[in-house]
Design a binder for this molecule. Structure first.
Ligand SMILES: O=C(O)CCC(=O)C(=O)O
Ligand SMILES: [Fe+2]
Length: 320
C-alpha cells in the first residue's frame, strides 16, 4: 500500500507554519491533562488507537463496492485501491457525490455496510470521549465515509468548521481516521491549531466537501498535520478549522471515516440523527446482525436544537 512516486506535500499558502501533530496517547490515562490539551489546541491525535483488523475489513468491503462498478485498475491487489481514472470519470457529474468521491449509488451501498456503522461504537472511542467530556456520550449515527477519487468533480475538502454544517452543541467532536495508511501526500486531514477558540467564523463559497470555506485571517497559519498509519485517529472540536491536503497520487483512492461524538445531555440537531444521504435507516439496516447499533439514540431523551440559518450568511470577517 506504500505509494510509489512521492512528490512534495502541497501547501495552500506559502506563509503557513506547518508542524506535526502532538501524539496525545500518554494523556489517555489523565483526563484532566487530556481536557487541557484538547481545549488549548482544539484537536487530539492518537497513534495506533484503533485495532487494524476491522479497519482493513471495512477498507476491503468499500473497495469491493468500487471493484463491482469497474473503477479499480486491473493488475493490482484489491486492497491497494488503485483507481482506473478513465473508468471513474465515466460517472456523469450529476450522479456523483463530489463531497464523497464516488457515485451516489455506490455511497448508498457503503452506507448499508454494518461494519461502517459498528466501528464508531468501539469501546476505546466511547471511553475516550467519556474522559474528554467527563460525562456519558453518544456517537451521532450520521457517519460519513470519504472515498476520494480523481473524478473531475472532486476537490480537496476546503478549510471549514464542522459546526457550520452540523450545529447542535459546539462541544461536539469529530473523529477522523483513514482506512489504510494515509501519509500526507495521500491527502490526509490537517488542523488549524487553536482555531476552536474563535467560535463559529464567517464563510465563503468554495469547491470541495461542504461547499463553504472558513474566511481565514492572515495570522491564522498554525497548521498541524501528520502521516497517518492504519489505526491512528485525529479528533477535533466542532469549531476547529480543518481541511484536506491535496493528494499527490491521482490514482489512489483515499478512504476515511468521519464520525461525531457529543455528551448525551447537550443539544443535538435532528439532522445528526439521520443517515448521511437521502436514505432511510430501515433501508440501510436490511440484513444487519447487531440490533444494538440500530436506532440506539432512541433509548435516550435527547435535547433537539433548532437550525440557525444565519450562520451560513455571515460573509464578512473582521481580522484583528
Ligand atoms: O475527509 C475529508 O476530506 C473531510 C473530513 C472532514 O471534514 C471531517 O472529518 O470533518
Ligand atoms: Fe469537517
Amino acid at each position: 500500500m506504500t505509494p510509489s512516486s512521492v512528490v512534495d506535500v502541497p501547501s495552500a499558502n506559502s506563509l503557513e507554519k506547518r508542524s506535526l501533530f502532538f501524539d496525545a496517547t500518554p494523556l489517555l490515562d489523565d483526563p484532566a491533562a487530556l481536557r487541557n490539551r484538547a481545549e488549548q489546541d482544539g484537536y487530539l491525535f492518537f497513534k495506533h488507537f484503533l485495532p487494524t483488523e476491522p479497519l482493513l475489513e471495512l477498507r476491503r468491503q468499500m473497495l469491493e463496492i468500487c471493484a463491482q462498478r469497474g473503477w479499480l485498475a486491473p493488475g493490482h491487489d484489491l486492497t491497494e485501491g488503485v483507481i482506473d481514472e478513465a473508468a471513474i470519470n465515466q460517472v456523469p457529474p450529476e450522479q456523483m457525490r463530489s463531497d464523497i468521491g464516488v457515485s451516489n449509488e455506490a455511497y448508498h451501498a457503503v452506507q448499508k455496510l454494518e461494519l461502517f456503522h459498528t466501528i464508531p461504537h468501539h469501546p476505546k472511542l466511547l471511553s475516550l470521549y467519556r474522559n474528554l467530556f467527563g460525562k456519558e456520550v453518544i456517537p451521532h449515527p450520521r457517519h460519513i465515509a470519504r472515498m476520494i477519487t480523481c473524478h473531475r468533480t472532486v476537490s480537496p475538502t476546503p478549510p471549514h468548521q464542522d459546526f457550520i454544517h452540523i450545529q447542535g452543541t459546539p462541544k461536539t467532536w469529530t473523529c477522523w481516521f483513514p482506512l489504510g495508511h494515509c501519509p500526507r501526500e495521500m491527502g490526509s486531514l490537517t488542523v488549524l491549531r487553536g482555531s476552536n477558540h474563535n467560535g463559529a467564523v464567517s464563510v465563503k463559497p468554495a469547491k470541495g466537501a461542504g461547499d463553504l470555506a472558513t474566511i481565514l485571517c492572515p495570522h491564522e497559519i498554525d497548521w498541524v498535520e501528520g502521516d497517518f498509519e492504519l489505526g491512528d485517529i485525529l479528533t477535533f472540536n466542532s469549531c476547529t478549522v480543518h481541511r484536506a491536503l491535496r493528494s499527490q497520487h491521482r490514482n489512489r483512492i483515499r478512504l476515511s471515516c468521519d464520525i461525531r461524538f457529543q455528551a448525551l445531555d447537550e443539544e443535538i440537531h435532528e439532522a445528526s440523527l439521520k443517515p448521511h444521504g437521502e436514505y432511510a435507516w430501515d433501508d440501510l439496516y436490511q440484513g444487519w446482525k447487531n440490533p444494538e447499533v440500530q436506532y440506539y439514540w432512541k433509548n435516550h431523551e435527547l435535547r433537539l436544537s433548532a437550525w440557525q440559518e444565519k450562520i451560513h450568511w455571515q460573509k464578512e470577517r473582521m481580522c484583528t
